[in-house]
Design a protein around this ligand. Structure first.
Ligand code: HEM
Length: 51
């Protein structure tokens, strides 16, 4: 994941609102629509960087 997303802000943006990267995405905007809290998104990004 670090190789794919060297910029943490871009990885976080993918989870917060995937539409920023792809307006036609099927991925839910977990942050924008408050499905997850900001702290939960930070925790997910930390986890993704362990992959
Ligand atoms: C917490 C749950 C999720 C996380 C952490 C997550 C994370 C990500 C990440 C990091 C990427 C970028 C992969 C890359 O470019 O190499 C991605 C892409 C994508 N995700 Fe998710 N995802 C989640 C849930 C979902 C769900 C529920 C869906 C669909 C119902 C979904 C659909 C997609 C699609 C279609 C892409 C490809 C790019 C695009 O079409 O926008 N994701 N996801």
């Amino acid at each position: 994941m670090k190789a794919r997303f060297p910029d943490r802000a871009k990885l976080r943006a993918q989870v917060w609102n995937a539409m920023d990267n792809n307006p036609g995405t099927r991925m839910p905007a977990f942050g924008k629509y408050q499905a997850l809290s900001e702290a939960e998104i930070d925790a997910i990004v930390d986890y993704l960087y362990t992959l």
